[in-house]
Design a protein around this ligand. Structure first.
Ligand SMILES: Cc1ncc(COP(=O)(O)O)c(C=O)c1O
Length: 412
């Protein structure tokens, strides 16, 4: 169904935002014309008419927030869908991260990855914690467990790994290190909606996991987030923290925050759950087409997940030294052809001004993260990506591998 709602009124990214840029006003048709700009992602939206009854429900009840009926329903259904027991909804993933660090009373230094979205480390600074950057594994691009122990000091209290692109971290090794040194483990699972390992949801690992339900994510509630707790008591504490620290009408037990998800976002989430399996199937099919088209291309390395259940949140490729174009040249060539891929994650978090003074931020200490950051491009991947557009992207990359930028543009 076609509607005339300008997309940027539905998901607006501020100028310079690291989130994907918003297309200019276009009709919200599922299939973009090849001549229109193609962005790295496009939020999944159900048909508008399906959402109207939910809005009518909110108007009838007059309950807009504060653990209302849609919030309670969505929290329960989302936990069920994800195969976890104790889940707390949040207004966004960043507030979930901030609250998770508060809930576990983390202090001092926290070992984390520089190869992530900047919110991961910013959550530490907002809690007056010191990030200690440890390099990533060159294949998984997740925190390298073999390098964690060397970074532990008497001030270290926690590890904050990221399941980057939805690929599971080395959870067993990380837990073994944490157990040996008495550290907490908080997973930034912002990318890992629906991801499972052989034992079930990846979100069950560690002391807490946080999810982002941002517009750019596999599953979105416009803005949203969640914390997954191991037990009911921890969930109760987190629920109090996200409500200013109130435990009842008159008692405040902690300096909490307003992290609550509104009824509109929760109602939207309930509706999105009806569409998520179809969206994940579409992502899987498109990712397989990219693999078919690009697996043999000289100089391109595909970064693929080994999860038992993947979510195909991103399609990162690494542009090697044996590719005829530099990463920058390939990125620019795609852009000039209307394909707005993204260099996730470039620059490294450790290179931003508020981090680069740290000893652990020295690029010499982070060779694999630096190399990945300088060679990665995430290609457009979202459920409504039209296959002819995807074919054009594949052709642009494959042709560039054989000749060069100008020839690739001419050929595609
Ligand atoms: C790895 C990572 N951590 C944290 C966040 C923050 O989530 P949110 O945008 O929902 O606040 C994001 C997403 O934007 C992310 O990609």
């Amino acid at each position: 169904m076609s509607t005339t709602i300008p997309l940027q009124t539905l998901v607006a990214a501020p100028a310079g935002s690291p989130h994907p840029q918003v297309p200019p006003p276009v009709e919200a048709t599922p299939a973009l014309q090849a001549s229109e700009p193609v962005y790295v992602t496009r939020p999944s939206l159900p048909p508008l008419e399906e959402f109207l009854p939910y809005l009518e429900g909110i108007w009838e009840q007059g309950i807009l927030t504060n653990n209302g009926p849609y919030h309670r329903q969505f929290e329960a259904r989302l936990a069920e869908y994800l195969g976890v027991q104790h889940l707390s909804l949040f207004a966004n993933g960043t507030l979930a991260l901030l609250t998770a660090l508060q809930a576990l009373r983390i202090t001092g230094e926290v070992i984390t990855t520089p190869y992530s979205f900047v919110a991961t480390s910013h959550a530490l600074l907002w809690n007056r914690l010191e990030p200690v950057f440890v390099d990533v594994d060159p294949v998984t691009l997740n925190l390298d467990p073999a390098r964690i122990e060397a970074a532990i000091t008497p001030r270290t209290t926690a590890i904050l790994p990221v399941h980057c692109y939805g690929r599971p971290c080395a959870v067993e090794e990380i837990q073994a290190i944490a157990d040996r040194h008495g550290l907490k483990v908080l997973y930034d699972a912002a990318h890992a909606f629906g991801v499972e390992d052989a034992g079930g949801s990846i979100l069950r690992h560690g002391d807490l996991s946080i999810l982002s339900l941002h517009a750019t994510k596999v599953f979105n509630t416009f803005e949203g987030g969640a914390i997954i707790s191991p037990d009911a008591e921890t969930k109760r504490h987190i629920d109090n923290l996200k409500n200013f620290g109130f435990v009842n009408e008159t008692t405040v037990v902690a300096p909490g925050i307003n992290g609550k998800m509104s009824e509109v976002n929760a109602a939207f989430g309930l509706l999105q759950l009806q569409h998520i399996d179809r969206a994940l199937e579409a992502r899987k099919r498109l990712a397989a087409r990219y693999v078919d088209g690009l697996a043999g291309v000289r100089g391109i390395t595909l970064v693929q997940s080994d999860a038992a259940r993947r979510n195909h949140a991103y399609f990162p490729i690494l542009v090697g030294a044996d590719f005829p174009l530099s990463r920058e040249a390939l990125y620019a060539m795609l852009k000039s052809a209307g394909i707005h891929a993204r260099r996730y994650f470039y620059p490294l978090i450790s290179s931003f001004p508020m981090y680069r003074h740290l000893a652990s931020a020295d690029p010499a200490h982070l060779p694999c993260a630096t190399a990945a950051s300088e060679s990665v491009i995430c290609l457009p991947l979202y459920p409504d990506l039209p296959t002819p557009v995807q074919d054009r992207i594949i052709e642009l990359v494959a042709t560039a591998a054989m000749c060069g930028a100008g020839d690739a543009r001419d050929a595609a």
